[in-house]
Design a protein around this ligand. Structure first.
Ligand SMILES: *[C@@H]1O[C@H](CO)[C@@H](O)[C@H](O)[C@H]1NC(C)=O
Length: 261
């Protein structure tokens, strides 16, 4: 499997990569641009690197406005047929999908208001690929949906949970500098969980809930992904430069630094 020639080339590349890393002119400004909650001690050991990355990402997402983004998802626009889905906000794919969905599912026009509250970012998960070259960050999000409908006097409350998974890679740019970049960024299929927090499960409500769940399943993951992934991308460029340097070094060499649980 492992030819000597291949090994030599590989080692050569490593030496090159290491030399370049050593000579890497650190990108100016970006790392210091935002007041990230920098950990006082610089990460050194493997666990510190993993922890440094997850806490750096987590803080960056929060200071980048993740919770506000979740709270302001244009869900009502989406659920109300003719409520502006063809407009610039969502357009194309999601809009077209929705027209199809809302036209076949009755009951949604009974919703008079929909409010996101209590947006949450739970603890990030981190997994390294078996070959050691990639990282997968799980970003667990939670929120509550308050649904106002004339079908019930009181507010219906739903708890919504969703994981976004972001792949991180080390890549070289044209100047041979190595960066930590975002690869695939998706919601895991079937990772949207919706549960009824409050409100009675009487029959008309149940069918409204079914409709709502159906539409949310089709739309919410893409919507969240479309907003959160660019944010992750931005946060990556603002991570502590030393931390990124150390992580990229491990990834290039395929060295394991994320401890498996
Ligand atoms: C999100 O991922 C974590 C593991 O990383 C899992 O425990 C949790 O159930 C997932 N949540 C959803 C909503 O899929």
């Amino acid at each position: 499997m492992f030819s000597i020639g291949g090994l030599l080339v590989f080692c050569g590349l490593l030496a090159q990569a290491t030399a370049q890393l050593g000579a890497l002119p650190l990108p100016v400004g970006l790392g210091q641009a935002l007041p990230l909650a920098v950990t006082p001690a610089l990460p050194s050991g493997p666990t510190d690197l993993a922890k440094g990355l997850t806490s750096g990402l987590s803080n960056g997402l929060l200071s980048g406005g993740l919770l506000g983004i979740l709270e302001n998802l244009p869900l009502l626009d989406i659920l109300k047929p003719g409520g502006g889905t063809s407009g610039g906000l969502l357009g194309g794919l999601v809009g077209g999908l929705l027209e199809k969905v809302t036209s076949v599912i009755p009951g949604l026009d009974n919703i008079i208001d929909l409010k996101v509250t209590d947006p949450q970012l739970l603890e990030l998960g981190l997994v390294q690929s078996p070959d050691g070259h990639r990282l997968y960050v799980t970003i667990p999000l939670g929120l509550k949906l308050g649904v106002k409908t004339p079908l019930v006097g009181s507010l219906l409350e739903l708890a919504v949970k969703l994981n976004i998974t972001a792949e991180l890679l080390a890549v070289k740019d044209k100047q041979d500098r190595i960066h930590l970049v975002l690869g695939d960024c998706t919601h895991s299929p079937g990772s949207l969980h919706i549960s009824l927090l409050d409100g009675l499960g009487s029959l008309p409500i149940q069918s409204l809930l079914d409709s709502l769940t159906g539409v949310l399943n089709k739309v919410l993951p893409e919507l969240v992904q479309g907003k959160v992934c660019p944010l992750v991308n931005g946060v990556l460029s603002q991570l502590d430069v030393t931390l990124v340097h150390d992580i990229v070094n491990k990834l290039i060499h395929g060295l394991e630094f994320v401890i498996k649980v």
